[in-house]
Design a protein around this ligand. Structure first.
Ligand SMILES: NC(=O)c1ccc[n+]([C@@H]2O[C@H](COP(=O)([O-])OP(=O)(O)OC[C@H]3O[C@@H](n4cnc5c(N)ncnc54)[C@H](OP(=O)(O)O)[C@@H]3O)[C@@H](O)[C@H]2O)c1
Length: 383
C-alpha cells in the first residue's frame, strides 16, 4: 500500500518511506563503483516529512563521504532523517567524522543498513545516540552488506583478499570447447558487464593455462574508469610466461604479478621481514609460495584487498576446494557444447548431507545470458 502525502500545493505525491529512501541510497552508493577502494560504497538520503531534501554518495577515495555530500546538498538539514547504507563513521580521517557532521547539522534521526566493521571508524551509532540523535538499524541490511562484501570481508579476513570467481559457461557447464576455445560463450551484454565488474576490484586473476590459451589483456575497457587500474595476476605452478603475450607486452600500462604456488617452493619473504618492493612497471613481479593460501597472504600484504578470478576451471576448482572463494559470479549462456573444459576442474566430492550451501544474492538477465551471484557466507548487516 503506497502512502500518499498531500503537498502544500494540494497535489498528492507518494511519501518516500525510509525503506524507499534506503533503496535509493543503495542506488546512489553504486555510483562509487571502481573509485572508492579501500573505502566502502556508501549512499545517503535526507528525508523531511516523507520528502527527499538531500542526496549524496561517496564518489572517490579520499573525497567527501556520502553523508557530508547529502548535508551539503540540503538547504536546512536540521530535524531531518538521514537514511544511509553504512553506519556513519566516528573517526576523523582524510575527511571529518560523519557522525560529527550529522550532530553539528542537528539531524534528528539516522537510519543505517549495515554496521561499520572497521574498528577505527566504527562506533558512529553510539556517538550519535550520546548526542541525542535517534538511531536505528533499518531496512535492506542484507542488500547493503552484499554490496560492500569486499569491504566487510577485508576486515573479517585481514590476511587474504576478498575473492570473487567469475565464470562464463555453456548451459552444460563448460568454459571452453574441446579445442580450448572460449571466445565467445557469452554475449556482448555479459562481456560489457564484466568490464564494469572488473573496475570494482584491486586485482584480476587467471590461471596460467588461460593466459597461454586466450592471451587476454585483463584490463578494464568499459563505462567505468577505475581510480587505479586493477593489477593483473597469473596463477600457476610456474611463474613464467612468454614475452609475446599481451599481458607481458603491456607491463608499462598496468602491473602484472606472476604467482607460482607449488608445494616445497621457497616462499617470497613476507613484507614484515623485508621492505615491500613497489609494483614494477617494466617487469612482472614474481611471487612464490608453497600453496594458494600462502600466495594470497602475500598478495594481501601487497595491498590486494579484492581479487576477481576469471578462470579457468582448474584454478576455480583449486580455489573452491581451498575455501578461498567468497562469491561466484556465474554467467550461464544458452549454448550446449557437449564437452570441453569443465567449469570447476577436478574438485573433491562432498556428501550431499554435509555439502556447502551457498546463498543466491542476485539473479538477472544479461542479454540472452543469465547472471547468478552466489555468496559462500553472506555478510551480516551487524558486521
Ligand atoms: N569461459 C570462461 O569464463 C573462461 C575463463 C577462463 C578460461 N577459460 C578457458 O579455460 C581454459 C583454461 O582452463 P584450465 O582449467 O585448463 O586452466 P587454468 O585454470 O586457466 O590454469 C590452471 C593452472 O593451474 C596451475 N595448477 C595446476 N595444479 C596446481 C596446483 N595444485 N596448485 C597451483 N597451481 C596449479 C597450472 O599451472 P602450470 O601451468 O604452471 O602448471 C595451470 O596453468 C582455456 O581454454 C580458456 O579459454 C574460459
Amino acid at each position: 500500500v503506497k502512502s500518499l502525502k498531500v503537498t502544500e500545493s494540494g497535489s498528492s505525491e507518494p511519501e518516500v518511506t525510509e525503506r524507499r529512501a534506503m533503496r535509493r541510497a543503495l542506488e546512489l552508493a553504486v555510483q562509487g563503483w571502481g573509485r572508492v577502494s579501500t573505502n566502502p560504497l556508501v549512499g545517503a538520503v535526507l528525508l523531511r516529512d516523507g520528502r527527499v531534501v538531500g542526496e549524496g554518495w561517496h564518489a572517490e577515495w579520499g573525497g567527501p563521504h556520502a553523508e557530508a555530500v547529502a548535508l551539503a546538498a540540503c538547504d536546512d538539514p536540521a530535524g531531518t532523517t538521514c537514511v544511509v547504507t553504512l553506519e556513519p563513521c566516528a573517526h576523523e580521517g582524510k575527511t571529518p567524522a560523519c557522525s560529527t557532521a550529522l550532530i553539528d547539522a542537528a539531524v534528528a534521526r539516522v537510519v543505517y543498513a549495515v554496521g561499520d566493521p572497521n574498528p577505527e571508524a566504527g562506533g558512529g551509532a553510539a556517538r550519535l545516540r550520546e548526542a541525542g540523535v535517534e538511531v536505528e538499524r533499518g531496512p535492506l541490511g542484507a542488500e547493503a552488506a552484499a554490496l560492500n562484501a569486499a569491504f566487510i570481508c577485508a576486515h573479517r579476513h585481514p590476511k587474504r583478499p576478498y575473492v570473487a570467481l567469475k565464470l562464463a559457461t555453456s548451459m552444460d557447464g563448460f568454459l571452453a570447447d574441446r579445442e580450448g576455445r572460449s571466445q565467445w560463450i557469452s554475449g556482448p551484454e555479459a562481456r560489457e558487464w564484466v568490464h564494469w565488474l572488473r573496475a570494482g576490484f584491486d586485482a584480476i586473476g587467471v590461471g596460467r593455462r588461460t593466459a597461454l590459451a586466450d592471451d587476454p589483456l585483463l584490463t578494464v575497457r568499459g563505462s567505468v574508469t577505475p581510480l587505479r587500474p586493477p593489477t593483473r595476476i597469473v596463477f600457476g605452478r610456474s611463474a613464467e610466461l612468454p614475452e609475446n603475450l599481451k599481458l607481458m607486452q603491456t607491463l608499462d600500462e598496468v602491473p602484472v604479478v606472476l604467482v607460482a604456488a607449488e608445494p616445497g617452493a621457497e616462499p617470497t619473504p613476507s613484507f614484515r621481514d623485508e621492505p615491500l618492493p613497489p609494483f614494477s612497471m617494466t617487469a612482472p613481479d614474481r611471487l612464490t609460495a608453497p600453496d594458494l593460501p600462502a600466495a594470497f597472504r602475500l598478495l594481501r600484504e601487497r595491498a590486494v584487498t579484492s581479487l576477481l578470478v576469471e578462470g579457468g576451471g582448474t584454478l576455480a576448482g583449486l580455489l573452491l576446494d581451498a575455501g578461498l572463494v567468497d562469491r561466484l559470479y556465474w554467467i550461464q549462456a544458452p549454448v550446449r557444447l557437449g564437452g570441453g573444459v569443465p567449469a570447476f576442474g577436478d574438485t573433491a566430492p562432498q556428501p550431499l548431507g554435509g555439502a556447502e550451501r551457498w546463498t543466491v544474492t542476485e539473479r538477472r538477465s544479461l542479454g540472452p545470458d543469465t547472471l547468478l551471484v552466489m555468496d559462500r557466507e553472506p555478510c551480516s548487516p551487524e558486521s
